[in-house]
Design a protein around this ligand. Structure first.
Ligand code: HEC
Ligand code: HEC
Ligand code: HEC
Length: 193
């Protein structure tokens, strides 16, 4: 197919006379490692609570509310961080979430949530995105800490025990019943949501 000796593709396909195959493989390998390492590092940094909450004042409200919640401080000292609830572990969904978050960052730069008033106006929509995402994954992030088969019904309140026996029925999942467990609910919640 690529018989011709000149032209665009030929430049790429011509064997290297200058570098040994080993050199090329080693360089390629190192470049690959650097790329994956760099991506991993960027993900670590942008997933930290400092980045999520403090680096950007738009998050001050949600962050302050979270710090009042049982997920920040409780008698056992087990803490759920922003990323535990908001960033999926599996790589595919994680990449997807990073792209969506980048859009939110774009929103910040272009000012669509830059003031408390604008944030309040947009809050319901942002919350609805998170609910839909959690609903679609059967509350996967919640379940990475809360195991249903680890809940001893006799240690829960009777109401909680009764409700939890319904998990899975008609597709009922944690987020259907437990909205607002880390932040206050949006003020303009529609009835029955
Ligand atoms: C990183 C682990 C972690 C994640 C992720 C997590 N939780 Fe929790 N959750 C906890 C801990 C720890 C407590 C406090 C346990 C205690 O000491 O009572 C808690 C408490 C709760 C409570 C009891 C609230 C109260 O007032 O006592 C509910 C309800 C709850 N979580 C629901 C959820 C839901 C829904 C999600 C997903 C959106 C979620 N959790 C994600 C660790 C987690
Ligand atoms: C059908 C509704 C419903 C579903 C689905 C549901 N819960 Fe609950 N849950 C409740 C109710 C109601 C309570 C009791 C709240 C109260 O007493 O204030 C409760 C209480 C809890 C508590 C506190 C237990 C205690 O005794 O203090 C935790 C933790 C909890 N739920 C986690 C979860 C997780 C994780 C899921 C998903 C795997 C889930 N729940 C699914 C309704 C539900
Ligand atoms: C225990 C799980 C949990 C933790 C930890 C958590 N969130 Fe959330 N977050 C939620 C849920 C659930 C929603 C959807 C709205 C609701 O139910 O409150 C949400 C909604 C949001 C929203 C949309 C606006 C809104 O209020 O609905 C933002 C922004 C947000 N979270 C940022 C953060 C940041 C930043 C942190 C850390 C400082 C954090 N969250 C920690 C569960 C969590």
């Amino acid at each position: 197919m690529f018989r011709e000796k000149h032209g665009f593709w030929a430049t790429f396909l011509r064997p290297s006379a200058r570098y040994s195959l080993l050199t090329l493989l080693v360089v390629g390998f190192l470049a690959g490692v650097a790329f994956i390492g760099g991506t991993h590092y960027a993900f670590e940094v942008t997933s930290s609570p400092q980045f999520c909450a403090d680096a950007c004042h738009e998050m001050a409200t949600v962050s302050a509310e979270y710090k009042q919640s049982v997920h920040y401080s409780n008698r056992s000292g087990v803490r759920a961080e922003c990323a535990d609830c908001h960033i999926p572990q599996p790589l595919g969904p994680k990449l997807e979430k990073k792209i969506v978050s980048a859009k939110e960052l774009w929103g910040k730069i272009t000012g669509s949530i830059s003031t408390p008033e604008k944030f309040a106006a947009k809050r319901l929509e942002l919350a609805q995105h998170e609910w839909a995402r959690m609903k679609a994954t059967d509350s996967r992030e919640c379940r990475s800490c809360h195991q249903v088969d680890g809940m001893s019904a006799d240690k829960q309140t009777p109401r909680a025990g009764a409700m939890h026996s319904m998990i899975g029925q008609d597709g009922r999942t944690c987020i259907d019943c437990h909205k607002g467990i880390a932040h206050q609910l949006p003020e303009n919640m529609p009835e029955g949501e």
